[in-house]
Design a protein around this ligand. Sequence first.
Ligand code: SAM
Ligand code: SF4
Length: 324
Amino acid sequence: MLADRQGRSFKYLRLSVTDACNFRCTYCLPNGYVRPLDHEAPLSVDEISRLVRGFARLGIEKVRLTGGEPTTRRDIVEIARRVRAVDGVRTIAVSTNGYRLTELAPELAAAGVTQVNVSVDSLAPERYRAITGHDSLPAVLAGIDRAIARGLVVKVNAVLLRDENDAEIERFIEWTKDSPVSVRFIELMRTGDNELFFLRRHSPLQVIERRLQALGYTPRARQATDGPAVTYAHAERAGTIGLIAPYSKDFCVSCNRLRVTSRGALRLCLFGDQNASLRHLLQRDDDREAIATFVRAALVEKAPSHRLHQGDVGNARNLAQMGG
Ligand code: SAM
Ligand code: SF4
């Protein structure tokens, strides 16, 4: 079992498979993805498979494929299949903006993906377009229906943006009345690129928490591979609501995930500045023990908490760059 000096244990790997994205979300990549001059190819399917085998040796049970936009990779289904084939991996989730979900949901499900997290920041087509730069709300919603029909667990991520989508809180909550989706509101996080935007649009989630309590929702107990969301359930409603509040007290106490960037660098915290590459250990089939040793040694450096309250975002320019 992999644990750090704070006694936190790690069973969950967030693996970015690309930095590239076709969307231009205002809080993330407002000018779209620009390929950097020092571009290095993302991990290949073979490198990903070796990496996950190394992490599985350390007790990792859940793998999330993220990005950038993971479905911009043509081999995303093959990646999922190879990750699923690793002994010890029980859950595979994919984070996506959903633009290819209608087409991909059946293939991802067949490849062994168990869960998709789909970003939907507005249920109003015009506002959705303004936030993401894409006119694809109907297609994304159709993709969500298809994913549910294929038996995938569907979670919807909505970043709360002051004076933009905060008038839609009730509508998002209503969505879970009859549909088995879990809508998760995410508090906007400051990054190196979005400082001014953050000051204008950041809104804490307490208002949603109070509303949920008034409606009769109650918080559910956490499980070891759960993400950072506090999940609220209601006996008479099909879906649930999650609140992801990175600025809340003790947010980091329950941290249970490690991250690897699309180029094979281990990231101990989204908002840290370390990027220790383990790509050199992914070139041969029999380096599983070396990967495990590398990760155990690096974990000693994991800080107890992020330093967002001190205005320190580490070297995170945007979350697309490190698999949000
Ligand atoms: N492209 C995929 C998507 O949008 O779901 C996966 C990558 S994206 C970086 C992962 C999640 O991070 C999305 O739910 C997105 O809304 C969220 N995100 C990105 N930048 C953020 C920020 N500054 N604050 C809070 N959430 C952010
Ligand atoms: Fe792309 Fe996701 Fe960032 Fe939006 S949040 S720009 S979809 S990586």
